[in-house]
Design a protein around this ligand. Structure first.
Ligand SMILES: [Zn+2]
Length: 312
């Protein structure tokens, strides 16, 4: 009994569990292939539920994950982060970190996955079989099936490419399908002015999410360094404050490597987030913090989900 009590006391700090939440958009948009959108109504319910937990800044939860602690993060940098998310986090006093892919800021192109979604889902009809040529080497692939299946197969070919190759491939695909993606206000990113506005909010912090949103594990170490360092410098200038946190694009264990983590550390970041859906504990690695992707669910379901991860 005595030994059991001692063991329990030793293990206590490691049982302390928090959770880092991952959002992308506060909006209601269809199609939404990757479930990036949470409606405004549901997002407000989520933030209200967080009052029953312990909302912390990302850096604080990473340094010391107290029982029932929760940190909110957003990836990518959609404009609705400012217009729809910021007022709600301010209303409930919930800190949030916004990870931004800087190469899209102030541009006139949507994120590549949104352009692909337009190409496949907007035309009245798309052939059931397409021969597509991928990348600079024009690798030939045949994709077939429903629109969703075609979309997903092309997505898998595009994701590992560097930005230029991806754009060239999308342009060829656009010619082939006979449909041109438009720049939609509903899918635009934050502008430089909006980022400085967001950074002035006392509950908002800015983090980096690379420049071009590549799958880092498929890029050379030199290119990874450029992506990781340049996004930090750009955002620090815009926000007028140090940027200490980073999130890996796509965030799965095959989307970055241990070399990537080291580059992130050497660039001066203190913490980096993955999309590994686990609770955060004292044993979590600072450059591989787990995060839970949050879909468009109501407040009750959200609360049950948090309880299941966050028990202390
Ligand atoms: Zn992302």
């Amino acid at each position: 009994m005595f030994l059991k009590r001692i063991a329990k006391r030793i293990a206590a700090p490691f049982r302390s569990r928090g959770v880092i939440l991952l959002y992308h958009r506060v909006a209601s948009i269809a199609p939404d292939r990757w479930s990036l959108c949470v409606s405004r109504e549901h997002f407000e319910q989520h933030m209200s539920v967080l009052r029953k937990f312990r909302p912390l800044r990302l850096e604080d939860i990473a340094a010391r994950p107290l029982p029932r602690s929760v940190a909110v993060t957003f990836d990518d940098g959609y404009a609705d982060n400012l217009t729809h998310a910021k007022p709600v986090i301010e209303k409930y006093g919930i800190p949030a970190t916004f990870f931004l892919a800087t190469g899209y800021i102030g541009g006139s192109r949507e994120f590549w996955w949104d352009e692909l979604e337009q190409l496949i889902f907007q035309p009245e009809s798309v052939a059931e079989t397409l021969d597509v040529s991928i990348g600079r080497r024009f690798d030939q692939h045949t994709v077939s099936g429903s629109r969703l299946e075609i979309h997903d197969q092309i997505y898998d070919y595009l994701q590992p490419l560097a930005q230029d190759e991806r754009r060239e491939t999308l342009e060829r695909l656009s010619d082939q399908i006979g449909h041109k993606p438009q720049f939609r206000q509903s899918h635009r990113q934050l502008s430089p002015g909006e980022i400085s506005e967001l950074s002035k909010c006392e509950f908002a912090e800015i983090g980096a999410h690379t420049v071009t949103h590549p799958r880092l594990s498929t890029q050379s170490l030199r290119d990874q360094k450029t992506e990781i360092e340049c996004s930090k410098i750009f955002l620090e200038e815009l926000a007028g404050a140090p940027v200490a946190t980073f999130s890996y694009p796509y965030g799965g264990s095959n989307h970055y490597s241990l070399h990537t983590c080291e580059i992130v550390r050497q660039a001066g970041y203190r913490f980096a987030c993955t999309t590994n859906p686990q609770a955060v504990t004292r044993l979590s690695k600072p450059y591989e913090l787990p995060r839970l992707n949050i879909g468009d669910m109501d407040g009750d379901r959200f609360e049950r989900l948090l309880e299941s991860y966050c028990y202390s």
